[in-house]
Ligand binder design. Structure first.
Ligand code: NAP
Length: 377
């Protein structure tokens, strides 16, 4: 594979400032090593995290930034020590492309929690070069962070599994929630949420979607297979569902009250936070100790007059998943016939797609057909 002298010039679409508007950008890929895989990008999903990043909502963005971390590509070249992949393989790359390999998380195969992990874009690689993501012609990635896409899965269908699918699969698996018969809630029916419904259903769960509006009811029930649909502002229905759920996967990417959702959980239920929110969330502590509050007409300050349901609830969080879980999740999706529900667009539509995603106007993931797009200016 290419040595130090090789300089690969590629075109990607980059944001230049917090306006988050992407436009063609020419740059060189990092030098390659014996464990690296060079891939030609075929498809790349658009995650809400891409909006947080290109708009510098987390205050850690560096520009120019080529986003995209749900990447499916075709292997074009492999380094001399690459054992897992061959030229022509269709492979995936997700949110991280490096880790220290020595810390406890790395040694325990949960390298996504390594403090020295390297993000697939908006980060600095070990050679000091900026990492750039999948809205580009090519990427060079260490084989440890590359997975094989199962045969028969199309590139555009597979792309959202690499972040959205994994983000749901990992906590369900880690917290022992991957057994049938559970009752789960999916809060926010977007890219991550729709994969949540599909994966939870395939695990044999009774799934309740909790949405901010009634607009997605028919799709949730008829196309995604949800069992129940709640509109979060419908206090009466929310009250009816108090104390019914074993877990809720909360994908809301904005500040929101946690109390209404904590109330829905059973004893020992878990609220699993996924949304990246750059402001503090608040909740009343009795809700995790004692349980749901049935309002009998007094103000929350007089909690003693409230009836309590069961409690001992947990609020937790989870970050994507490991490479091991990525492989497991892809196998699970293949075995269960799970794919994503997507809208495929060309790169010249990417800014409109980001705008629509921000306005909650996508069913349910945009995927850019990168190989079929003109990337050059
Ligand atoms: P998305 O496609 O925009 O979906 C988010 C959903 O939340 C929307 O479809 C909407 O569902 C609801 N929602 C949106 N804005 C809201 C608001 N202001 N108030 C209440 N509900 C709102 O986003 P996504 O790609 O699924 O990502 C969701 C969040 O998870 C983002 O913050 C993203 O950065 C984060 N994320 C985290 C991880 C991780 O590893 N933890 C991985 C991937 C993504 P309804 O219409 O049903 O209300």
């Amino acid at each position: 594979m290419g040595g130090l002298e090789t300089e690969r010039v590629v075109v990607g679409w980059a944001a230049r400032d917090p306006s988050g508007i992407l436009s063609p950008y020419t740059y060189t890929l990092r030098n390659t090593g014996p464990e690296d895989v060079l891939l030609k990008v075929l498809s790349c999903g658009i995650c809400h995290t891409d909006i947080h990043q290109v708009k510098n909502e987390l205050g850690m963005s560096r520009y120019p930034m080529v986003p995209g971390h749900e990447v499916v590509g075709e292997v074009v070249e492999v380094g001399s020590e690459v054992t897992n992949f061959r030229v022509g393989d269709v492979v995936g790359v997700g949110v991280i492309v490096g880790c220290c390999r020595n810390c406890n998380p790395c040694k325990s195969d949960v390298e996504q929690y390594c403090n020295k992990k390297i993000w697939s874009y908006n980060d600095v690689y070990t050679d000091g070069k900026t990492t750039q993501g999948g809205f580009a012609q090519s990427m060079i990635v260490d084989q440890k962070f590359v997975v094989k896409i199962p045969d028969g899965m199309s590139a555009e269908q597979a792309a959202p599994l690499l972040c959205a699918g994994l983000t749901v699969y990992s906590p369900l698996s880690h917290f022992g929630l991957n057994k049938s018969g559970l009752r789960g809630g999916i809060l926010g029916l977007g890219g991550v949420g729709h994969m949540g419904v599909k994966i939870a259903k395939a695990m044999g769960h009774h799934v309740t979607v909790i949405s901010s509006s009634d607009k997605k009811r028919a799709e949730a029930m008829e196309h995604l297979g949800a069992d129940e649909y709640l509109v979060s502002s419908d206090a009466t229905r929310m009250q009816e569902f108090a104390d019914t759920l074993d877990y809720i996967i909360d994908t809301v990417p904005a500040v929101h009250a946690l109390e209404p959702y904590l109330s829905l959980l059973k004893l020992d239920g878990r609220l699993i936070l996924m949304g990246v929110i750059n402001a503090p969330l608040q909740f009343l502590t009795p809700l995790v100790m004692l349980g749901a509050i049935k309002n009998i007409g007094v103000k929350p300050i007089f909690l003693v007059f409230f009836f309590f349901f069961v409690g001992r609830k947990s609020i937790t969080g989870s970050f994507i998943g490991s490479m091991k879980e990525t492989e497991e999740m892809l196998e699970f999706c293949k075995e269960k016939g799970i794919t994503s529900m997507i809208e495929v667009v060309k790169m010249d539509y990417v800014n409109k797609a980001l705008e629509r995603l921000e306005k909650n106007d996508v069913r349910y993931r945009f995927v850019v057909d990168v190989a079929g797009s003109k990337l050059e200016p």
